[in-house]
Design a protein around this ligand. Structure first.
Ligand SMILES: Nc1ncnc2c1ncn2[C@@H]1O[C@H](COP(=O)(O)OP(=O)(O)O)[C@@H](O)[C@H]1O
Ligand SMILES: [Mg+2]
Length: 292
């Protein structure tokens, strides 16, 4: 009998070497799995690197007579979800939620993923696990909580993509992209009653050309229409905090006016509700697990 491993959905961190040993991953001579330097709470995230890119990174390549060591850019990201599913219906409904977001946001605003279900046998039992091969988004994290007050996009590009002068075209592109993002996410909230988690660290990325992309596609929560503040599966008030992120994007970046009279924001961002959401958020951070 082979050694039983600890359930990968409970382990804080997996290495690339451990990934290729998983029963549902086929080792390949062409690809290499490297643990991504950023991880979330819901998934293990791996860069899928082409071996020849990795070789250039470690041994270098000579360009114009100079040896350079270009960092290998992932061909894809592999995501292994920690979520436990007890039935196929449950897992299918999770995949359906992803297709819903794709339908509303469109492929321009989301890191496209091919979701797949595997039969994980490492613990000695048959377990269904959801994985995804996802488009890698090369860019910088848009942190809505840390935007500067005056010219947030100018400051963002100067600090995240230093060198060169202010690129007006890129700023216009990102303004349009963020406006489309907010518009489409709001349409999704109204028409489907769901919102994706926009509050988590690294969930939104802006590329060098200025396009915004949602990369965290697996935390989709129901929007509450009443006074209750819904918590997601980890106990975080994702719905309220994500709507706050939309508000911040509109207020600080898009400079929309009269936002507090907007029914969506007046409901979710009333002083009393915000206070309650804030205290639920604090409780969440106090109870974080070791890998949070
Ligand atoms: N496709 C991707 N391209 C680039 N970065 C990604 C991609 N997917 C995830 N990341 C980064 O990995 C980290 C964790 O990903 P995330 O999707 O938020 O995981 P979780 O679902 O566990 O919260 C984030 O910082 C995110 O920016
Ligand atoms: Mg996340």
């Amino acid at each position: 009998m082979t050694d039983r491993e600890r359930d990968i959905r409970d382990i804080a961190s997996l290495t690339g070497k451990e990934v290729v040993r998983l029963n549902f991953i086929r080792d390949s001579d062409h690809y290499y799995f490297r643990k991504h330097n950023r991880q979330g709470m819901r998934s293990h995230i791996f860069e899928v690197l082409a071996l020849r890119d990795l070789l250039k990174e470690t041994e270098g390549e000579i360009i114009d007579g100079i040896r350079r060591y270009p960092r290998a850019v992932p061909r894809y990201m592999l995501r292994i979800l920690r979520a436990r599913f007890t039935s196929l219906e449950q897992i299918m409904s999770e995949i359906k939620k992803y297709t819903l977001v794709l339908k509303f946001l469109g492929p321009e605003l989301i890191a496209i993923s091919s979701e797949f279900i595997v039969d994980y046998t490492g613990t000695g039992k048959n377990e269904i696990v959801l994985c995804g091969f996802q488009e890698y988004i090369h860019g910088a994290i848009l942190d809505p909580w840390g935007l500067s007050a005056k010219d947030p996009l100018d400051t963002f590009f100067q600090s995240r993509f230093p060198g060169g002068k202010v690129d007006k075209k890129r700023i216009v592109t990102s303004l349009e992209s963020i406006a489309a993002f907010v518009r489409r996410m709001r349409k999704m909230i109204t028409e489907s009653g769901y919102v994706t988690d926009l509050a988590g660290n690294g969930n939104l990325i802006i590329t060098a050309t200025g396009a915004v992309k949602l990369v965290d596609i697996n935390n989709i929560v129901k929007v509450s229409r009443d006074d209750t503040i819904p918590l997601d599966d980890k106990g975080y008030p994702s719905c309220d905090k994500s709507i706050e992120v939309l508000f911040i994007l509109e207020e600080k970046i898009l400079k929309s006016r009269n936002l507090l009279t907007d029914p969506l924001y007046s409901h979710f961002l009333s002083a009393g509700r915000r206070k309650r959401a804030g205290s639920l958020e604090r409780q969440f951070f106090e109870n974080l697990p070791e890998w949070g």
